[in-house]
Design a protein around this ligand. Structure first.
Ligand SMILES: Nc1ncnc2c1ncn2[C@@H]1O[C@H](COP(=O)(O)OP(=O)(O)OP(=O)(O)O)[C@@H](O)[C@H]1O
Ligand SMILES: CC(C)(CO)[C@@H](O)C(=O)NCCC(=O)O
Ligand SMILES: [K+]
Length: 276
């Protein structure tokens, strides 16, 4: 009973086809496309996939992009698209946002993935730990979760690319190639690259301090997103890099929602007359 997970970010769509909608399921295939190229999915990377029975995704791009993704699925398969909206609680997490549904679905899904990853750490099934989670992509987010599974709040900041483009377009003298990250940059390229990197690292390290002060213990720190690995050398705290957090979260949500049972229950012979 294969399961298609899709993460539509502001720059790229990432997808993975899993053997089932269970945490830890084997990935049968996966890929990523820039949003400019998603109208070709049905005739390229998706064309030879075994049809998924269920699908769950999260999208932070526009509705127009979401509809373009749905059109590609519709061309190939008979699967109803389902997109996560952040809610007051799901899959073990409680959402502390003032308006829970206004929290980016990618943030919510990644937090659910991180929470269950933390619970699988040695000793953590009996003694949960607070979490600091950072997603490093087009935008950067830094989330705090306490040891009871409550999302306390998080930061949103521009990603490295947006920071540099903002400086380029807002100044006359900052058009230079990418530089190196250095503690004391002595040329414009290095100054810009280092400034952006330490801005992100600073936000991540500050959240670690805030969580440590609020919860009284060291948080488990984890980062995800295509540019996460670039941050590691510049951080004061140790952040584990787990690329699959959004897919992990989508699998957790699918299981908690009983998506894996859904198609089985739809089969006429075993469908109960009145489902509870
Ligand atoms: N040295 C760097 N340090 C931190 N971030 C960087 C660095 N270089 C590039 N980036 C950021 O990484 C982003 C690309 O990462 P990635 O490929 O994960 O984005 P993405 O997953 O496609 O984003 P989204 O999920 O928003 O679509 C760029 O937008 C840029 O802001
Ligand atoms: C912050 C981003 C852009 C990160 O991808 C996304 O999660 C989003 O659009 N969020 C909605 C606003 C919020 O999370 O408060
Ligand atoms: K993302």
């Amino acid at each position: 009973m294969s399961f298609l997970a899709i993460d539509v970010g502001n720059t790229r769509l990432k997808w993975a086809l899993f053997e089932s909608a269970q945490p830890g399921a084997r990935a049968l295939a996966q890929g990523a496309e820039f949003l400019d190229h998603i109208d070709k999915l049905a005739e390229t990377s998706w064309s030879r996939l075994p049809p998924p029975q269920t699908m769950l995704g999260c999208v932070v791009a526009s509705d127009a992009v979401k509809h373009r993704v749905e059109a590609q699925m519709e061309e190939l398969w008979d699967v109803s698209p389902q997109w996560v909206i952040a809610s007051a609680q799901e899959a073990g997490l409680v959402n502390g946002y003032d308006h829970p549904a206004r929290l980016g679905p990618d943030r919510w899904v990644a937090m659910i993935g991180a929470w269950h990853r933390m619970r699988a750490l040695p000793g953590a099934s009996t003694q949960s730990r607070p979490i600091v989670l950072s997603m490093v992509g087009t935008a950067v987010t830094v989330e705090a979760i306490d040891a009871s599974g409550k999302f306390l709040g998080g930061y949103i900041l521009p990603g490295h690319g947006i920071m540099l483009r903002a400086l380029e377009s807002g100044t006359a003298g900052l058009h230079v190639p990418t530089g190196e990250v250095r503690p004391f940059p002595t040329n414009t390229s290095d100054a810009l690259t280092s400034g952006g990197t330490f801005a992100i690292a600073g936000a991540m390290d500050r959240m670690v301090q805030h969580v440590r002060a609020h919860c009284g213990v060291d948080p488990w720190c984890v980062m995800t997103g295509g540019a996460g690995w670039k941050m590691a050398p510049s951080l004061a705290s140790r952040f584990e890099l787990i690329d699959s957090l959004i897919f992990d979260g989508l699998l957790q949500i699918a299981t908690h929602r009983g998506l894996d049972q859904k198609t089985a229950a739809d089969a006429p012979l075993i469908q109960p007359r009145f489902a509870l």
